[in-house]
Write a protein that binds this ligand. Structure first.
Ligand code: NAD
Length: 513
């Protein structure tokens, strides 16, 4: 089924990987300062146990890290009630008071960054360097929104009548349900909660079942920062309890807003539930990012961009490049250079090992889905240039596929794994058409030194975020969000706080001109 060359390359690569893989089996322990390793729910300023617990596993070894309280609908309802109660006073805090508390929370995150990063590495499998990067990114949203809290301005609108003044006031929407994924267990929380709290909202957080420890550590630091009881609540739960907890968070009349990051399929389900009580909704959903390399590109830069955007978090980010389109003139050279970069830079192992760049996928199901996409592509004629296999546990070899076509699964659905599928194209129109031929539109990247082409393609890509000669684009100052079925609303930037605010029109009449 595989070409002789592909098999040869795969064998060389596999030998290196299995040697590295032995380090994963060494026993690694999650060793962090005790108060940060919380396992109970955090509701109304109190830590409490639920009737049952669920295990949190290290995806690199399968070892149990902790047993966490398995909240049900009862705990979710208590958390919503507590958040509603706390909202009545939190919204009365001045913007400056809220700002100072967010800043304290940010400072504590920085103070504990090493332990917070270790928690991410152990529960999500991410290498430590990336976990430290996530803590820096995650905390930056508390810092950013501590500053934005003081810049929520309304408007005074010129009135058409002399006896009236017309004001547009911004007010917090109320209780926000925050439902987050495992791939950025800290940052997906602060990107929402920073904005919500700055606006004057209170929150109930339901973290992903695979990664509740990061959420609980954040709650511990929120408490230490002095956030009042009920302002931040966390209800961890197992996969089994997720639908019933999710139902409360999306339907309770005391909840005004849901903010979700995760798959498009789950997002649609939550939107339907929220429709009955007409809640505000922000949806950060799946992506299928095109990454286009034009003949005019700086190829070194494009290869660096592709490596960063594809293999970060072992390919498990919503903005990971998913379809690499390379123009005919530089096609073979790009493949050759990427292959060399993969050999030189990628190292599998447990994320806590300082040399590891590629951790495991989050679980066996995820690894199997990726292996299936690889097998499908190869069976339909793709050339396997590197990797190609699922290894022990949920590790997948970083994989390079050439001559990929648009009928293959990897070009039709999000991969969420370390697979780089490369397609050849001839014209700009062809590349843009392939890039846009999907029902999602989160991020897109392209590399070109032709200024006119840069403007044309940046405008033509049907995505919410474009990287021009850049493979990594997230920052709190820039916005985050997609078009089409990648979601609704925006996070970060000066727009992120608007998701948690109503604009109220006050018509102030009866004035003597
Ligand atoms: P997922 O949709 O399976 O789960 C996300 C969250 O939703 C988890 O907390 C999960 O427990 C919860 N959930 C699932 N069913 C639920 C229900 N019935 N009620 C309430 N909550 C429910 O997604 P995932 O596998 O954890 O994350 C990967 C997906 O997230 C990918 O598609 C990725 O593209 C997307 N993602 C998007 C962004 C973005 O900003 N757009 C960022 C990161 C990840």
């Amino acid at each position: 089924m595989f070409s002789a060359r592909a098999l040869r390359l795969g064998a060389v690569f596999r030998t290196r990987i299995s040697a590295l893989h032995t380090s994963v089996r060494r026993s690694h322990r999650l060793d962090v300062a005790a108060p940060l390793l919380r396992t109970q729910s955090y509701i109304n300023g109190r830590w409490s146990s639920a009737a049952a617990v669920f295990p949190v596993l290290d995806p690199a070894t399968g070892q149990e890290l902790a047993r966490v309280s398995d909240c049900g609908p009862g705990e979710a309802k208590r958390a919503v009630d507590a958040a509603y109660e706390a909202f009545q006073s939190w919204k009365q805090h001045t913007a400056k008071e809220r700002s100072l508390l967010l800043r304290k929370w940010f400072n504590l995150m920085i103070q504990h960054k090493d332990d917070l990063a270790k928690i991410i590495t152990f529960e999500s499998g991410k290498p430590m360097s990336e976990s430290l990067g996530e803590i820096s990114y995650s905390s930056s949203f508390l810092e950013w929104f501590s500053e934005e809290a003081r810049r929520v301005y309304g408007d005074i609108v010129p009135s058409p009548l002399k006896d009236r003044k017309m004001l547009l006031l911004k007010q917090p929407v109320g209780v926000a349900s925050i439902i987050t994924p495992w791939n950025f267990p800290s940052a997906m929380i602060t990107r929402k909660v920073g904005a919500a709290l700055a606006a004057g909202c209170t929150v109930v957080i339901k973290p992903a079942e695979d990664t509740p420890l990061s959420a609980l550590a954040l709650a511990e630091l929120a408490e230490q920062a002095g956030l009042p009881a009920g302002v931040v609540n966390v209800v961890p739960c197992s996969r089994q309890n997720t639908p019933s907890v999710g139902h409360v968070l999306c339907t309770d009349p005391l909840v005004s807003k849901i903010s979700f990051t995760g798959s498009t399929a789950t997002g649609k389900l939550l939107l339907k539930m929220a429709a009955d009580t007409v809640k505000r909704a922000s949806m950060e959903l799946g992506g299928h990012a095109p990454f286009i390399v034009f003949d005019s590109a700086d190829l070194d830069r494009a290869v660096r961009g592709a490596m960063g955007s594809k293999f970060r978090n072992s390919g498990q980010t919503c903005v990971c490049s998913n379809r690499i389109l390379v123009q005919s003139g530089v096609y073979e050279e790009f493949l050759q250079r990427v292959g060399v970069a993969m050999d030189q830079e990628l190292k599998l192992g447990h994320g806590i090992e300082p040399t590891t760049t590629q951790g495991p996928l989050i679980n066996d199901r995820a690894a199997k889905k990726v292996a299936l996409q690889i097998a499908d592509a190869v069976s339909l004629g793709a050339r396997l240039l590197r990797g190609g296999s699922q290894l022990a546990g949920s590790f997948v070899e970083p994989t390079l596929l050439a001559d990929v076509t648009t009928d293959m699964l990897c070009t039709r659905e999000e991969t969420f794994g370390p697979v780089m599928p490369v397609l050849r194209f001839d014209t700009e129109e062809e590349a843009v058409a392939i890039a846009n031929a999907t029902n999602v539109g989160l991020a897109g990247y392209f590399f070109s030194r032709d200024v006119s082409q840069i403007w044309r393609v940046a405008e033509a890509l049907e995505v919410g975020m474009v990287g021009v000669n850049e493979g990594l684009l997230s920052a709190p100052e820039g916005l985050f969000g997609g078009v089409k079925q990648s979601g609704l609303g925006r996070e970060g930037s000066k727009y992120g706080i608007d998701e948690y605010l109503h604009v109220k029109y006050v018509c102030f009449g009866g004035l003597q001109p």
